[in-house]
Design a protein around this ligand. Structure first.
Ligand SMILES: *Cc1c(COP(=O)(O)O)cnc(C)c1O
Length: 379
């Protein structure tokens, strides 16, 4: 039976719901900062860095201005730059590749495994040249990349590993948190991320005390003491007011992550038995569902049918990075990106946020099933 059309909007991401839960606590913390006028590298930044390092299971966390700069600073700290090549997945958000370019290095894109949308580890070695210095696996959509294989390839070829964990706060592989496998792990706190500020924010985590020290200098004009600039530094500090938001949200992140996993489970139950392709999650991993991305050859029809019912969807991301104009001259590997290209034309992100109710998931799935069933009748 088809239920009456319900026109209440189901957004792709609902940031307002989260803000309601923490608003008072955030304002209380912000008021203390404002009263003391400690806007730059205030004690809330340090407090957050301590909490986030512990959350990731690493010794150090250094707050950054955003996730893109986190990756850029990580490459600078590892002294990767002009003449060097950095391998990454061909289907990431453009920022991963931009950060490589900011460091002056060349991005080399490797194809993905269609099962989990992460870098295909069997293709990495073919992309390594004598210029390769690092691999940046991306834990896309909140699913850990195959870090054991990637770390092994890194060791075998003497390459650094920088994790792009911008979508994977709290994700785990064999009980170990994303960001803690490689030399440096990079996070974004863009508002829509699983842990998001009220503006831009980011961080790097590492176990290496020397890298941590270098990263602290890099983010703050290279200053060990005021007006001593021993290295080329940048201004990419995490803002104290944003640290207030992150401290408040740290108290909820585990609950919110479990709610995301529950929403994913509801989707699976509701779409079970259709021939619809759902995201696969590895048994050894904790997928944190930054996005719930499904695959269908009927994407345009599905998106417009959902839009007609006020259900918002997205595409993450519509084009492989190698097709972005700014990377047209990047070194290409012989096998190209056939999987990235095919997947990019078939993926669609369904609404996913911790506060999503079972009723909302049912409404989305009812609309999805109607399309799938019509398809089966026609096809
Ligand atoms: C969001 C994101 C970034 C960039 O983070 P910003 O904070 O927006 O600069 C990098 N990589 C991935 C995979 C992302 O999702």
């Amino acid at each position: 039976m088809i239920s009456p059309v319900n026109h209440e909007v189901i957004p792709l991401v609902d940031l307002k719901a989260q803000s309601r839960a923490i608003k008072r606590d955030v304002l209380r913390r912000m008021e203390a900062v404002i009263d003391d006028a400690r806007y730059i590298l205030g004690k809330e930044v340090t407090e957050f860095e301590e909490q986030f390092a512990q959350y990731c299971g690493t010794n150090h966390c250094i707050g950054m201005a955003n996730g893109t700069e986190a990756i850029h600073m990580a490459l600078r700290a590892l002294e990767i730059g002009p003449g060097d090549e950095v391998i990454t997945a061909g289907n990431s958000f453009a920022a991963t590749a931009f950060a490589i370019a900011y460091a002056g290095a060349e991005a080399v894109f490797v194809d993905i495994d269609p099962a989990d949308f992460n870098i295909d580890t069997t293709l990495i070695e073919a992309a390594i040249t004598d210029k390769t210095k690092a691999i940046i696996p991306v834990h896309l959509f909140g699913q850990p990349a195959r870090m054991n294989e990637i770390m092994e390839i890194g060791r075998r070829h003497g390459l650094k590993v920088v994790e792009d964990a911008a979508q994977a706060h709290g994700a785990e592989l064999d009980g170990q948190r994303c960001g803690s496998f490689g030399d440096i792990g990079c996070f974004s706190f863009y508002p829509g991320k699983n842990l998001g500020a009220f503006g831009d924010g980011g961080a790097v985590v590492t176990n290496d005390p020397e890298l941590a020290e270098r990263l602290r200098l890099l983010r703050n004009y290279g200053q060990k003491q005021k007006n001593r600039h021993d290295t080329l530094g940048f201004n990419c500090r995490l803002d104290t007011l944003q640290a207030c938001v992150l401290l408040s949200k740290m108290q909820h992140i585990e609950g919110w992550t479990e709610q995301r996993r529950q929403v994913a489970q509801w989707y699976r139950e509701e779409l079970d038995g259709t021939n619809f392709e759902l995201p696969q999650a590895h048994d050894d991993s904790r997928h944190v569902y930054h996005l719930f991305v499904v695959r269908t050859k009927q994407r345009e029809r599905l998106m417009s049918a959902l839009a007609d019912q006020n259900i918002h969807t997205g595409i993450h991301y519509p084009n492989p990075l190698s097709t972005a104009g700014s990377f047209a001259n990047s070194p290409t590997i012989p096998m190209g990106l056939p999987v990235c290209t095919e997947v990019a034309s078939e993926i669609v992100s369904l609404p996913m946020y911790p506060e999503m109710t079972r009723e909302q998931v049912e409404r989305v799935c009812l609309a999805v099933r109607q399309i799938v069933e019509q398809e089966e009748l026609v096809g």
